[in-house]
Ligand binder design. Structure first.
Ligand code: OAD
Length: 249
């Protein structure tokens, strides 16, 4: 198959925890991953939060601190470069970190309009009762074990999607809008175990319509069988090389 030039391609990139692994942020299911050591039912569900909000907040504050210390790696940067060469580009990330937003290539960042965080944003704290929310990128505004809403005094919770919760409507709407405008010529699936059906569905829409599907992951996933190219290894080394080759082809 001759690849379509990037400048006239509609490109969808789907990322998961593996793309941030080389920035020092643990994955969920890999060696040292969160779900190898912690029970998701005790940390990442609404009922866990109701049962022990202080414990859940402690875990999210530790994760926030780790992400604040981390820096984007060459795979995050290569995605910004790819976006700048593409005809149309959307990033759908399952990651709640801000490394895609912070990655910079040639003085450019990925604009908000090209970035969808389908599982939420770890730096958002939002009220469990009213519409209040704030972003706490540089430091947590409130170090109380369970931060309180300044408007209605209810507990704040992390602005992420927990198991059993619906995906955010606005994020779903942006994804539908992008996919509804036409099939993707190129879909990249980087660093995700792709265990959720919606991820496999979005990842394979383009290839079903004759597009390319590139998977970058040291391990196989449910997407692998549909991929037109499988790059087995670490994203931070393989992906920048792939972008350079495609850019120059
Ligand atoms: P997982 O931990 O399930 O999978 C990480 C994937 O990254 C695995 O397939 C690894 O093989 C791969 N990987 C590891 N190191 C890599 C590297 N250096 N380069 C490329 N790939 C690498 O993480 P996700 O797929 O992101 O949900 O998990 C999906 C969702 O499950 C998360 O968003 C989170 C979790 O429960 C919520 O919090 C709602």
């Amino acid at each position: 198959m001759t690849a379509k030039p990037l400048s006239s391609s509609r490109v969808l990139a789907i990322t998961g925890a593996g793309i941030s692994a080389e920035s020092g942020i643990p994955t969920f299911r890999g060696p040292g991953g969160y779900w190898r050591n912690f029970d998701p039912a005790k940390l990442a569900t609404e009922s866990a939060f109701r049962a022990n909000p202080a414990l859940v907040w402690e875990w999210y504050r530790e994760r926030r601190a780790g992400i604040r210390r981390a820096t984007p790696n060459p795979a995050h940067v290569a995605l910004v470069e790819l976006a700048s060469h593409a005809g149309e580009f959307l990033l759908l990330t399952q990651n709640v970190d801000d490394l895609h937003a912070r990655a910079e290539w040639n003085g450019q960042h990925l604009p908000d309009a090209q970035r969808v965080q389908i599982h939420g944003d770890i730096f958002v704290s939002r009220c469990t009762r009213c519409d209040y929310q704030r972003r706490e990128v540089t430091a947590d505004a409130d170090s109380a074990p369970i931060p309180c809403c300044p408007e209605c005094s209810s507990a704040l919770r992390p602005g992420v999607v927990w198991f059993g919760e619906s995906l955010p409507c606005a994020a779903l709407g942006r994804m539908d809008e992008f996919l509804g405008r036409g099939p993707c010529d190129l879909t990249l699936v980087i660093g995700t175990s792709a265990l959720f059906g919606y991820i496999v569905d979005w990842a394979t829409r383009g290839v079903d319509a004759g597009g390319e599907l590139i998977e970058i992951n040291p391990e196989p996933s449910p997407v692998s069988a549909f991929a037109t190219t499988r790059l087995r290894g670490a994203a931070a080394s393989l992906f920048p090389r792939w972008v350079a080759e495609r850019r120059d082809s």
